[in-house]
Design a protein around this ligand. Structure first.
Ligand code: ADP
Length: 259
């Protein structure tokens, strides 16, 4: 018997026992809906870059390729669209891999501060483009986690990428890490960017949900980053919450077990 089945003991008229099984299918239906919504949304998202690629390549083949300016312009668009497709497929595959729960999660000790510093290094070109300062606030002593390094890295990369994408020019992105009760690591990623309207906050962890579709697309977003983060955080039995003020900035706070 699983959680959706409620056995109700009863008696037949001859006194023998009867068990009536009531199936609560609301949860099953809810999960089915999430799945079918996902397929519909994913197909829609995939269709956009494919349509653009098809349209521009057709126009080139029909003669636009003979105009060097058009050729250059269309090829640039096609390159951007195929990159978008690439990232989208990567995110969709990652989510489905996570959901199938087939990955072996290995644990290893690593220094969280150092991990963040190396992520900052890889993101420096992106930050420099917008003249954004990246800061790390960490305790004086090393903060050694015994966890799955690549999952923790992925959480950080997705949150810092968003902080950079939704920041204003010359802003500040700060990552603060500290220990809580010697057993939980708290990671806060704060930006002084555009913020998120209060009524949209509960929805941002949904797959493909974007506050501003156009803006997210332009910054290379797929609308899947935060749903992946949420999944990863929950895989550690951790917690994630967000505070935001429109036009002032956003803080994502993640709590993960130290070990
Ligand atoms: P995306 O790929 O669009 O960034 P995410 O799942 O990472 O998708 O985020 C969902 C939406 O939440 C984004 O489209 C954006 O509207 C909003 N969002 C996420 N992080 C931030 C942030 N730091 N500041 C403002 N808005 C954010």
């Amino acid at each position: 018997l699983d959680a959706n089945v409620v056995p109700i003991p009863n008696k037949n008229s001859d006194g023998t026992d009867v068990i009536v099984l009531l199936y609560d299918i609301t949860e099953i239906k809810r999960l089915e809906k999430i799945k079918s919504d996902f397929v519909a949304n994913a197909s829609h998202e995939l269709k956009t870059p494919v349509t653009a690629l098809k349209g521009f390549s057709e126009t080139l083949l029909e003669g636009a390729k003979d105009d060097p300016d058009l050729l250059q312009q269309f090829l640039e668009i096609m390159y951007t669209e195929s990159s978008r497709l690439d990232i989208l497929i990567r995110d969709i595959l990652q989510l489905s891999k996570l959901e199938q729960n087939q990955e072996l999660i290995t644990l290893e000790p690593f220094d969280l501060g150092q991990t963040i510093t190396s992520i900052f290094k890889t993101m420096k070109p992106l930050a420099n483009k917008k003249k954004i300062q990246m800061r790390l606030k960490a305790p004086a002593n090393q903060l050694i986690m015994n966890s799955n390094k690549s999952r923790v890295q992925q959480i950080l990369i997705n949150l810092i990428t968003n902080a950079l994408a939704y920041s204003k020019k010359s802003g500040i992105v700060e990552v603060a890490i500290y220990l809580e009760q010697n057993e939980q690591v708290v990671i806060e990623v704060t930006d002084d960017g555009i913020g998120i309207p209060a009524d949209e906050l509960p929805r941002i962890f949904e797959r493909f949900y974007r506050v501003d579709k156009a803006r997210s697309r332009n910054s290379g977003g797929t609308g899947l980053g935060l749903s992946i983060v949420k999944y990863l955080v929950e895989s550690f039995q951790g917690e994630i919450d967000v505070e935001s003020q429109l036009g002032i900035g956003t803080t994502f706070r993640v709590k993960l077990p130290l070990n």
